[in-house]
Design a binder for this molecule. Structure first.
Ligand code: ATP
Ligand code: MG
Length: 377
C-alpha cells in the first residue's frame, strides 16, 4: 500500500503545546512545514515556535474545525486529549495516532490487557472496579503492591504503594474509589524504555533502548545505551514492535519496561507520542524522535535511528531556578534544551541537557557532576 505523502510547504498540526509539542514544532519547521498548535494556555511553549496558535480547549469544536481546515495532518503531544476530539477531526483530515490507539493508552487496565494479548508480560495485576474487588486483588497480587488509578496518571500521580490490606482500603478511598489496577511491586533492577516508529505502510524503526532513573516519581536521567544485556535490549525492542503492530499503530510509540532482579522484562506502560526518555535522540541519533514523528504522520520512510554517541540526558526541574547557565556552556559536549516556560514550579519540567561522551560511563560521571553543580552541591 502506498500511503499519502505530505511534503514541505504543507501544514501540520499538534494537539497540545507543552515541551513535546514545542520540540515537534521545531522539527517540523526545520523540515519546511507550516505548524499549527492547539492549546488552551496562551503562554504555552509551542506557541512561540508555531506559525499559528489556536488558543482553545481540546473539546472546542469550533477550534478543532478551524485546525482541521488548516492542517494536512495532525498529531498530538499527550495521551489525555479526549478521544472524541480526535474522532471529530479524523472526519476532516489525517490524524495519527488514531482514536482507538489513544483509548488503549489512556486506560491502564486496557493497555495491560492489550499488551498481554500482543505477547508482552505486565507485572501480575488485577483490575478493581468496586470495593469488593479489593480482597480478590490482594489475594492474587500479594503485598507490597501498588494501587494505580486507571486514567489520568502521570509522573507517579494517582499511585499508592500499599503493604497490607488496611493500607489498600485507605488508598482506594483516597483515590476516590475510581477504577484502578492493583499491581505487584516488582523488585526492580532498572527501568528501560523502547521507542518505535511506524507509518501507515507498516514500515518501522526503533530507537536505541534507554535506561531510565526516576526521582520522586519523575524521570531524572536517561542513559543510552542502557546497561542491560543484549537479550533484554532485543526483547524490549521486539515487545514494543509487537505492540505497535498489534494496534496497527501509526506514529511514535514509547514503551516503558521494568527489568527485575531476576532479569525478567515486565511491560509497564505505553505512551502514544514522543517520550521524555527519548530526548537524548535530539543530539545523539541521526534522526530525533520529533523528526520521526513528522515523518510518520506525513507517510514518509522512518529516518535512521543510529546512535552516534553514548549519551546521558538529565531533566531540569523548576525546583532550582535559575541555574548558572555557564556550568553548561563552558563545556563543549553538553547540549542545553529549554522549553520556553517563564514560571518555574517544583517538579515542573523546564528543560533538559544531553551529555555526549566517548563511553556511557564517562557521560554518566559528567552528567552527575553537571547536575550537582547546577544544584549548588
Ligand atoms: P509517567 O507517566 O511519568 O511515566 P506514571 O504516573 O504513569 O508515570 P508509572 O510509570 O506507572 O507511573 O510508575 C511510575 C514509577 O513508579 C515507575 O517508573 C517505577 O519507578 C515505579 N513503579 C510503578 N509500578 C511499579 C511496580 N509494579 N513495581 C515497582 N515499581 C513500580
Ligand atoms: Mg511511567
Amino acid at each position: 500500500m502506498t500511503a499519502k505523502q505530505i511534503l514541505p510547504g504543507a501544514t501540520l498540526g499538534v494537539l497540545g503545546g507543552g515541551q513535546l509539542g514545542r520540540m515537534f514544532c521545531v522539527a517540523a519547521r526545520t523540515m519546511g512545514y507550516r505548524v499549527v498548535v492547539l492549546d488552551p494556555d496562551p503562554h504555552c511553549g509551542a506557541g512561540h515556535i508555531a506559525d499559528m496558535h489556536i488558543c482553545a480547549d481540546y473539546t472546542d469544536q469550533y477550534a478543532l474545525q478551524e485546525m482541521a481546515g488548516q492542517c494536512d495532518a495532525i498529531t498530538l503531544e499527550f495521551e489525555n486529549i479526549p478521544s472524541e476530539s480526535v474522532r471529530f477531526i479524523a472526519d476532516k483530515t489525517t490524524v495519527y495516532p488514531v482514536a482507538e490507539s489513544l483509548e488503549i493508552a489512556q486506560n491502564r487496565d486496557l493497555e495491560k490487557q492489550f499488551a498481554q494479548k500482543a505477547g508482552l508480560q505486565p507485572a501480575p495485576y488485577l483490575a478493581i472496579q468496586q470495593e469488593s474487588d479489593l480482597r480478590k486483588a490482594a489475594d492474587k497480587v500479594g503485598f507490597p503492591a501498588i494501587l494505580k488509578s486507571n486514567t489520568m496518571g502521570y509522573d507517579g500521580k494517582g499511585q499508592y504503594v500499599v503493604n497490607n490490606y488496611s493500607e489498600l482500603g485507605d488508598a482506594y478511598a483516597d483515590v476516590g474509589k475510581v477504577d484502578c489496577v492493583l499491581e505487584k511491586k516488582i523488585d526492580i533492577r532498572c527501568e528501560i524504555s523502547a521507542i518505535v516508529a511506524r507509518n501507515a505502510a507498516a514500515e518501522m524503526a526503533s530507537f536505541p533502548v534507554s535506561e531510565n532513573q526516576h526521582r520522586n516519581g519523575i524521570l531524572h536521567m536517561s542513559i543510552v545505551p542502557a546497561r542491560v544485556s543484549d537479550e533484554i535490549t532485543q526483547l524490549a525492542i521486539e515487545n514494543a514492535s509487537l505492540l505497535a503492530d498489534a494496534m496497527s499503530y501509526v506514529g511514535i510509540l514509547a514503551v516503558e519496561f521494568f527489568v527485575s532482579d531476576d532479569d525478567t522484562l515486565y511491560f509497564n506502560e505505553m505512551a502514544p507520542r514522543p517520550h521524555n526518555s527519548g530526548h537524548y535522540t535530539r543530539d545523539a541519533c541521526v534522526t530525533s524522535q520529533f523528526e520521526q514523528q513528522v515523518r510518520m504522520m506525513c507517510g514518509l520512510k522512518p529516518g535512521d535511528t543510529r546512535l552516534m554517541s553514548p549519551v546521558v540526558m538529565v531533566n531540569m526541574l523548576g525546583d532550582l531556578w535559575l541555574p548558572d547557565w555557564l556550568i553548561i556552556f563552558t563545556r563543549n559536549n553538553v547540549k542545553l534544551h529549554l522549553y520556553g516556560k517563564t514560571e518555574a514550579r517544583p517538579g515542573r519540567k523546564m528543560g533538559h541537557f544531553n551529555v555526549l561522551a566517548e563511553d556511557v560511563g564517562s557521560a554518566l560521571i559528567e552528567a552527575e557532576s553537571v547536575f550537582n553543580a547546577l544544584s549548588g552541591d
